[in-house]
Ligand binder design. Structure first.
Ligand SMILES: CC(C)(COP(=O)(O)OP(=O)(O)OC[C@H]1O[C@@H](n2cnc3c(N)ncnc32)[C@H](O)[C@@H]1OP(=O)(O)O)[C@@H](O)C(=O)NCCC(=O)NCCS
Length: 310
């Protein structure tokens, strides 16, 4: 979709794509009742999840885009080239579970955990690292404790030494009490998640870090949608710079992502390098109520399957 052109029906589709939270915002400000899918007899899993007070679990596949539950972690299928396995995990774990999680971490990771000022940050770091190690252990059929990581000059973690030859790639993101871990085979991958309740001065950040086109597209949204569109844009940009491994060293204004809110495939354009743009696949995610996210993978993405790590 050309995000630069906004019509009434495009705005409506955006609202439907966003799900209940933003729909309610839009209804409150516009009073437009036809934004509710259920009023028109269309199933709305996000609304149903909100009513039940449970997380909304989208399952994203380019051929079958309808949402479904994240699958329990017990028996994930083998990871094939062209697939992404996306794991979601809650980071606010009870104190009694901590010793078991800490026992999975390396001495360096424990030392890093102990440098956090606040206990809740320490716990979340431990929970995220333990989940990462355990998931990668399962993918590679090895003891989570035995895994060795190496870090690129810009901080991107990967497998160290002989582990690298297994061909499994991964990336991790955490925000608030949620982490996402993306795992691929032979494909660079980046993932990002953001808590939508985070208090940031989104206009100032967009002004500083977003491209001209992204800022123009953001400005075309109604105020009620703009903060959500900002977070969507942010996570997509972060997922790309994490996939490329360049972090903030890649100028954030050297590429554009489409800011259209909601889950699904989105456009990523690397300016002055059309080949680079066609290399990467960008998928917007709605990983849970109150969170947005994105995953970017190098090359073809045939299927993304979501798993819950507990
Ligand atoms: C470090 C960075 C790669 C991501 O940081 P972030 O979005 O704050 O944090 P996330 O939780 O999503 O990602 C952190 C994880 O990414 C991984 N990571 C670190 N450096 C990375 C790199 N260069 N490339 C890919 N992944 C990286 C690590 O696993 C890290 O987890 P850890 O801290 O537990 O070791 C980098 O992009 C950054 O500093 N961003 C700042 C955010 C910002 O200012 N954005 C501007 C608006 S677009």
């Amino acid at each position: 979709m050309n995000a630069g052109v906004r019509t009434g029906s495009v705005q409506r589709r955006e609202c439907q794509a966003i799900g209940i939270r933003v729909k309610r915002d839009a209804e409150n400000t516009s009073g437009n009742p036809d934004l509710s899918r259920r009023d028109r007899g269309v199933p709305d899993p996000a609304a149903e999840a909100a009513e039940k007070g449970v997380l909304y679990h989208p399952w994203v596949d380019f051929t079958q885009p309808e949402p479904a539950s994240w699958q329990p972690a017990a028996d994930p299928p083998a990871l094939r080239t062209g697939e992404v396995h996306l794991w979601r995990t809650q980071l606010d774990v009870p104190a009694e579970q901590l010793p078991a999680l800490e026992s999975v971490l390396s001495a360096a990771e424990l030392a890093r955990a102990n440098r956090f000022l606040f206990e809740h940050d320490r716990r979340r770091f431990v929970a995220a690292r333990a989940a990462l190690r355990s998931i990668l252990g399962r993918c590679t059929g090895t003891d989570a404790r035995a895994i060795e990581f190496s870090y690129s000059a810009l901080g991107k973690p990967g497998f160290a030494g002989a582990w690298e030859r297994i061909g499994i790639r991964f990336n991790l993101s955490h925000s608030h009490a949620l982490a996402l871990i993306a795992v691929t085979r032979e494909r660079a991958v980046g993932v990002d998640v953001e808590y939508l309740g985070r208090n940031v001065s989104h206009e100032a950040i967009a002004e500083r870090f977003f491209s001209d086109r992204e800022r123009r597209d953001l400005a075309s949204f109604a105020l009620a949608l703009r903060k959500r569109a900002f977070f969507d844009c942010w996570t997509r940009k972060e997922a790309f710079i994490k996939a490329s491994g360049e972090g903030l060293f890649r100028g954030l204004t050297t590429f554009d992502v489409s800011v259209e809110p909601g889950a699904g495939a989105r456009q990523l354009t690397v300016r002055n390098d059309p080949e680079d743009a066609s290399r990467w696949k960008l998928l917007a995610l709605e990983p849970a109520l109150e969170f947005t996210g994105a995953v970017v993978v190098d090359g073809r993405l045939e299927r993304l399957t979501c798993f819950e790590w507990t």
